[in-house]
Design a protein around this ligand. Structure first.
Ligand code: HAM
Length: 437
């Protein structure tokens, strides 16, 4: 599977033909079969895990008024530096979605569904980042949001479902870091305290982080630069600034995860890159991924977001999980089997293709997977494709069969026995053979 950054960064443009041959834009990739089969499986598992907990699918536009994302906060790098924004022909300032939550909350405000509104989504996300292993300019997320309840048990539900989703994929080398950002008031008080503390230590920070020290102090705490990391080792922590109400919320979340057997580690330095978080925040990392980009999903509560997007106050909680990184982790752990496009039956027709066309459709309409060859190729060439297709059975139609009104059924895997079938009985016979296993 070509997920390495080499394949997405400046690959040379091959120019075999007359016109320049285009490549996918930098930081993006094509997802082709059979890899896309693993993708489909991942999404199916996600839909099942969340469907069982009454989460419905939500589909939002891929672009929004840029204001929707700007409200995520100017301290968010994704918003400040990485947005794909543009003016449309009606001079509207729009942006491609860098993440899923803002659109879901915008839709909640717009449609006022009954609460708690529990939804899941699958979406591409666009961020103008420097591509590297596990980091793309277009990545894809599956995610879930539950809006309209402040109950900490809803945080527990979302986290435990996310955990169960990874488990259902067969991933085992995961760790969960958990923190609380407190109430909006706690968060603000903490940010001021931290800014003041950073102000006194400014000289010790990596130069690149000094610009954020006053206005976006939480970003400094999140810095991966060694000098800064050493300097903030004894910075004040949000857990020490939690109000009673926020501390009780956090305790209830921990008790819920304990009860459901979801292992976690409290990380008081986990602040995450988005500014809207209050109370619970968390991140799952994949131990099997050696690259720096090992976060396979993160989320949190965002009790002020609906209001900041112009709606009535409505608490919410959710997460997003990066499909590309999960597939990388699954590959490293040898977890998710590659669901191929194998069919049960392959129809080989050397009489002109009409029989191939009709029989393959007759089977498909009976619910049997079937494929056929095109371009009137030779028997030998068609048999090769049949072998490669993974089919258990081949149906052969040559001039003799055509004249006799029959079809020859051949077992491709178990010894290769052959049986003539009356043309009219083909679908019934094939169904019976497949049922025998
Ligand atoms: P996020 O942490 O920015 O959160 O992204 C969620 C996940 O998307 C990450 O853990 C990672 O797996 C994946 N991801 C992010 N950026 C990239 C990238 N450039 N290339 C590949 N994968 C990437 C959010 O987006 C929030 N909306 C999550 C959330 C939902 N919080 C509450 N509700």
């Amino acid at each position: 599977m070509a997920y390495g950054w080499e394949s997405i960064c400046g690959a040379p443009v091959a120019s075999g033909g007359v016109a320049e041959m285009f490549q996918a834009p930098k930081g993006t990739r094509d997802i082709l079969p059979p890899e896309s089969g693993r993708w489909q499986e991942l999404v199916a598992v996600f839909a099942e895990v969340f469907g069982r907990a009454a989460y419905g699918l939500v589909q939002n536009p891929m672009f929004e008024d840029i204001g929707v994302f700007q409200r995520l906060g100017e301290g968010t790098e994704v918003v400040r530096k990485e947005m794909y924004d543009f003016f449309d022909k009606g001079d509207r300032h729009l942006a491609l979605r860098p993440e899923g939550t803002a659109s879901v909350v915008r839709a909640f405000n717009q449609h006022r569904p009954t609460v708690p509104w529990k939804v899941w989504y699958l979406t591409p996300c666009f961020r103008y980042e420097e591509p590297q292993a596990g980091r793309f300019r277009q990545h894809h997320q599956v995610g879930a949001e539950a809006i309209g309840s402040a109950d900490p048990d809803l945080d527990v539900e979302v986290i435990a479902l996310q955990h169960d989703f990874y488990r259902a994929l067969g991933l085992s080398q995961l760790s969960l870091r958990l923190n609380s950002m407190g109430s909006p008031g706690d968060r603000q008080a903490y940010a001021s305290r931290l800014a003041a503390w950073l102000g006194r230590r400014r000289g010790e920070l990596d130069e690149a982080d000094r610009v954020n020290a006053a206005d976006h102090p939480l970003r400094v705490l999140d810095s991966k630069r060694e000098r800064t990391m050493a300097a903030v080792a004894d910075a004040p922590l949000i857990v020490d600034c939690l109000s009673n109400e926020a501390a009780a919320h956090f305790e209830r979340v921990q008790a819920g995860l304990d009860a459901l057997g979801v292992g976690y580690e409290i990380d008081p330095r986990l602040v995450r890159g988005l500014d809207y978080y209050t109370h619970s925040t968390w991140e799952f990392a994949a131990g099997a991924l050696t690259s720096a980009q090992n976060a396979v999903g993160g989320g949190g509560r965002y009790d002020g977001l609906a209001e900041s997007l112009g709606g009535k106050p409505a608490p919410g909680v959710g997460f997003g999980a990066g499909i590309e990184r999960i597939l990388l982790a699954a590959e490293a752990e040898d977890a998710l089997a590659e669901a191929g496009t194998a069919v049960d039956v392959f129809v080989v027709d050397v009489t002109g293709g009409e029989a191939g066309r009709d029989i393959s459709f007759e089977l498909r309409r009976r619910g049997i997977s079937a494929d056929r060859a095109f371009d009137a190729r030779s028997m030998k060439a068609q048999m090769k494709v049949a072998d490669r297709s993974g089919a258990r059975l081949a149906l052969l139609v040559g001039p003799d069969e055509m004249a006799a009104g029959t079809v020859t059924l051949r077992h491709l895997r178990s010894g290769g026995g052959q049986t003539p079938l009356a043309r009219a009985d083909v679908a019934d016979e094939v169904a019976a053979q497949l049922a025998q296993g």
